[in-house]
Design a protein around this ligand. Structure first.
Ligand code: GLN
Length: 487
């Protein structure tokens, strides 16, 4: 029998609830796997073995006593380090927050606790979510467990790698411009970016506040749907959280895709797409057709502006959000002069803290963002980019008048080599071409594995839905996962 750390939550849940398997045994298998593997993968920045085992034992005791337990009772979960966990260090992958222990839980974490999930630890990431490879982690970069000479993707690379290496059963990621879907694609797992407003951002460290969404990551679609069901829904502590009711996502998964109208955006299958990735996507589309879907091509004509629009707006928001890391309130504080008695010494403390604490990519983005917001440039860059964002959003609205979902590659290539793009920010940014438009439009998308390139690396397919269309994209993903002709 497979070890518990290799199993799905939906397989383990009935066994834990019936007492056939203990939450403690499942947690132990996950912790053992972390001990055996993580010194070479670096998927975790922090683990809490004692607290996790205590949580698991409490759940076992409650089950023994016949008490009701939550939807994820006894299931180990890894949480991206951008999400605040009460009493457990949260650095957002950056030295500037080293040693910061939040005094409260993010709403998503509170919901995990309420569902009786077992929080194992915090996963590695590009600092503040800025990156596509994990090489911008302020600590040791995470490697792709399928080939350690390659990146796991970013910024939620730690969560994807932990799943692929069987170092957890479920994981939370966060996606501003692809950070859940791109690492899911590179590591051969499933990751869903919900509609903007579907999941609370309270207690999630802000990067680009009009883009950021927390989402579920798992090894299959059903687990992803279960985790979404736990974290989704309105939260009065996040003013951008939507009132729209949620669905019972696991219950609607199995309805099939007979008659589903699928659109394939021409602009996503064009130049720049690796031929091996294209082959896998085309085969997947044919599989979905044979499962009863109707396929047609659609246009998203403003796609060509997506990268520049995203990198103007997201850096503008980041430059404002990251102003709070000044050495006063939390995390790192340093001063070249020791005591702070004068204004100059205070300025020196700010400068030292921010120079030492932020990595080079974060500094680059703060500078870019400050520039595009500055007087004289605001209209030419920030304001124009906001207008382009509206056009991109309208592209999606028009497409969803024609079809129910869109299908596209998640990334132009499979996982690239460590070091391949890190010194060329533009190349790194361009690799986000198929993911950032979805965040600009605020619509949901799931990335699922759809075969492998000839070198054995996984390829990811995105299924994109209209606002609050999580139910339909999960249903399409599930039908494909069960009915696909390749493994
Ligand atoms: N790679 C993108 C960026 O660096 C996406 C990051 C994210 O989704 N957090 O901005």
């Amino acid at each position: 029998m497979a070890r518990f750390n290799e199993m799905a939550a939906h397989e383990l849940l009935p066994k834990i609830k019936s007492g056939e398997v203990t939450a403690e045994a499942v947690t132990r298998d996950v912790l053992e796997r972390i001990t055996a593997e993580d010194h070479r993968i670096h998927a975790y920045l922090a683990i809490q073995p004692k607290a996790a085992l205590d949580m698991a034992r409490t759940i076992d005791r409650r089950i023994e006593d016949g008490e009701a337990t939550g939807a994820l009772a006894g299931i180990p979960i890894a949480v991206k380090d951008a999400i605040c966990t009460c009493g457990l260090e949260t650095t957002c992958g950056s030295k500037i927050l080293e040693g910061f222990v939040p005094p409260y839980d993010a709403t998503v974490v509170a919901r995990l606790r309420k569902a009786d999930a077992v929080i194992i630890g915090k996963t590695n990431m590009d600092q503040f979510g800025m990156g596509s490879s994990n090489e911008n982690s302020g600590f040791e970069p995470c490697l792709n467990p399928l080939d350690t000479s390659r990146v796991p993707g970013g910024s939620s690379g730690g969560s994807a790698a932990a799943l692929a290496a069987q170092e957890t059963i479920l994981a939370l990621g966060e996606d501003t411009g692809g950070s859940i879907r791109q690492p899911a694609s590179f590591c051969g797992v499933v990751g869903l970016k919900p509609t903007y407003g579907r999941v609370s951002r309270f207690g999630v460290i802000a990067y680009g506040s009009s883009f950021d969404q927390v989402g579920p990551m798992a090894r299959d679609v059903e687990d992803c749907a279960r985790l979404l069901g736990v974290i989704a829904g309105h939260d009065h502590r996040d003013s951008t959280s939507a009132l729209e009711p949620t669905c019972d996502y696991p219950a609607t998964l199995k309805a099939g895709i007979e008659g589903l109208r699928i659109g394939v955006p021409d602009e996503y299958m064009a130049e720049g797409l690796d031929a091996d990735v294209r082959d896998c996507i085309q085969l997947a589309i044919r599989d979905m057709e044979s499962l009863g879907a109707r396929v047609e091509s659609v246009h998203l004509p403003h796609t060509k502006y997506a990268i520049s629009t995203y990198y103007i707006l997201v850096t503008a928001e980041a430059s404002s959000n990251l102003a709070r890391y000044d050495g006063v309130k939390y995390g790192l504080r340093g001063t070249p002069v020791g005591e702070i008695n004068t204004e100059d010494e205070l300025d020196a403390m700010y400068a030292w803290t921010r120079s030492e604490g932020f990595g080079p990519e974060v500094k680059r983005r703060i500078m870019l963002g400050t520039y595009v917001l500055s007087s004289g440039y605001y209209d030419a860059y920030y304001d124009k980019a906001q207008r382009a964002r509206t056009l991109i959003k309208q592209d999606f609205e028009r497409a969803f008048e024609q079809v129910d979902v869109l299908v596209a590659p998640t990334t132009p290539t499979t996982a690239f080599k460590i070091g391949e793009k890190v010194n060329d920010p533009l190349q790194m940014y361009l690799s986000d071409i198929y993911t950032v438009p979805i965040n600009l439009a605020g619509v949901p998308a799931v990335s699922i594995p759809c075969g492998k390139a000839p070198d054995g690396l996984p390829v990811g397919m995105q299924i994109i839905g209209p606002h609050f269309g999580e139910e339909i994209i999960l249903r399409a993903a599930y039908a494909y996962e069960k009915g696909k002709s390749i493994v």
